[in-house]
Design a protein around this ligand. Structure first.
Ligand SMILES: Cc1ncc(COP(=O)(O)O)c(C=O)c1O
Length: 490
């Protein structure tokens, strides 16, 4: 067997051997059932370590090219033929017909949101995208993360790949509890449940608390992705208008005088989409309303760590000595959204009950990710990341607001957030999401349509911009394009 090995090539030797043998088999140069030389012989012949040949043979075996029995030579075997995939094959089942009506509704929304949706494909590849709320990937601390992954695989080994415990990896819960205590929230790890992102936390809470005869109150506008999941769970939504200072509490009180609610959902810091942060007084009054009416308050602290201007009141959970607040957090907004790790903290019994739902939904959150994240936090890398992001986003937000002052017409108004990533823009014309996208595509700028964020609204005179996934130049360019678009609109 003649193998060509190039010692100067960056390709590892075992890979070169694998590929060479693969080619010989694929081209029929070596016949089926032919034994390969022993690893010792081949190693000697081509002048490499025996372990290199063993690795190559293992790879070939994994790829289905070899059959081997313990103690015998490796023999070449015919590879199992892949069946041909036919993308046009139709199902006998009409899935639309078989889907229940809630599944149909959520599918329709899913198609509207998808990147392939016809309204989104109008944009040129060079369009400025100032709509996304996930962190600029070049700000991911990859090297530190890699070190933690290696450490965990080395130190925790197979444990990191077992099913995790129902509530989540205990050291991680302990370190999160400690961090929460620094934010004024007095909890222990027993009152924390790790979830697959804050999104799953919200879904679990809805499933636990929603009842057919009771509505859930949300700020209007609110975080768009909770609306479909509420609808899917059969929840009726009561929008409470959002004012400059936060949720309209008079309106909320009037609602509660008329009917019981399953829970109230609020985002007190850098609210998505408006960017509004509520005052301490507002937080106190909201909590008092919940205490008076004995209604749970779900506080979404998704950007708790993005207080880059300082001066943000402590979470409502920090003044909740009657345990009515269910607080959620996530590592998606200041670290990696793809890690899918968030958490809920609440009264112990409430956590136990939510844990039961989670246990039968997904068995557990990925152990490896939790262990690596724990290591990342323990080493102080997360704190370093936060400090770095504060420096960067303080400046990016200043640039965004300054560019808006310079470029946007006087007929337009917007919020001035005290942290986080989003700015909420009010225009004088109501547009549907399609109209807004079509209009903005002429100016090559993508924003997030306001109608996404209101329960039951198809058009709105608002849209959201986000600086999370753009650098300084991209922010300036995007807002300059936005300015041109809005001037033409007025
Ligand atoms: C207000 C709010 N809550 C929760 C989430 C979900 O975050 P996660 O990635 O942790 O599921 C988001 C995501 O954008 C959000 O904006």
């Amino acid at each position: 067997m003649l193998l060509r090995i190039d010692r100067q090539s960056p390709k590892p030797l075992y890979k070169q051997i694998t590929d060479e043998i693969k080619t010989l088999i694929d081209q029929g140069v070596t016949g089926t059932n032919m034994p390969l030389p022993s690893t010792r012989r081949l190693a000697k012949k081509i002048g490499v370590n025996r372990s290199t040949v063993i690795r190559a043979y293992e790879e070939l075996q994994a790829l289905g090219y070899l059959k081997s029995k313990p103690g015998s030579y490796n023999k070449i075997q015919k590879r199992r033929k892949e069946v041909k995939y036919n993308p046009r094959r139709k199902s006998l089942i009409d899935w639309e017909k078989y889907s229940n009506y809630r599944a149909k509704e959520i599918y329709e929304i899913f198609l509207r949101y998808s990147p392939e949706s016809p309204i989104k494909t109008n944009f040129k590849a060079t369009a400025s995208n100032i709509s996304q709320l996930d962190l600029y990937p070049r700000l991911y601390p990859m090297e530190e993360f890699r070190r933690c992954v290696n450490h965990v695989l080395h130190e925790n080994g197979s444990e990191s790949l077992e099913y995790g415990t129902y509530k989540g990896y205990e050291p991680l819960r302990r370190i999160i509890a400690k961090r929460l205590r620094l934010h004024g929230i007095a909890v222990s790890e027993e009152e924390i449940l790790i979830t697959n992102g804050a999104q799953q936390a919200i879904d679990l809470i809805i499933r636990m608390l929603a009842a057919p005869n009771r509505k859930v109150a949300v700020e209007s506008p609110t975080y768009a992705n909770i609306l479909p999941i509420m609808q899917f769970n059969g929840v009726k939504i009561q929008g409470i208008p959002m004012r400059e200072e936060g949720m309209d509490l008079d309106y909320l009180e009037k609602t509660l005088e008329k009917e019981m609610l399953s829970f109230i959902y609020t985002i007190p810091n850098f609210q998505n989409p408006t960017g509004i942060t509520t005052s301490h007084q507002h937080r106190e009054r909201l909590l008092n309303i919940c205490l008076t009416h004995k209604v749970p308050l779900v506080e979404d602290g998704f950007e708790e760590d993005m207080k880059y201007y300082g001066k943000v009141p402590l979470p409502i959970k920090s003044i909740d000595d009657k345990n009515v607040v269910i607080y959620l957090g996530t590592f998606s907004k200041a670290l990696f959204p793809g890690l899918r790790i968030g958490w809920i903290t609440a009264d112990k019994e409430c956590i136990e009950r939510i844990t039961a739902i989670k246990r039968f939904s997904d068995l557990s959150t990925g152990n490896l990710a939790q262990m690596v994240l724990y290591e990342f936090l323990k080493r102080g890398y997360y704190d370093l990341q936060i400090r770095r992001l504060h420096r960067i986003f303080r400046r990016r937000m200043q640039i965004a607001l300054k560019t808006m002052e310079e470029c946007l017409p006087r007929t337009v108004s917007w919020t001035r957030p005290s942290g986080g990533y989003t700015i909420w823009v009010k225009i004088h014309k109501k547009l549907t999401e399609i109209e807004l996208h079509e209009f903005m595509s002429e100016y090559s700028v993508i924003v997030s349509p306001g109608s996404y964020y209101f329960p039951r609204k198809r058009s709105s005179g608002y849209f959201r911009i986000s600086i999370a996934k753009s650098n300084e130049q991209e922010i300036e360019k995007g807002i300059a394009r936005l300015g041109k678009a809005l001037h033409s609109l007025s």
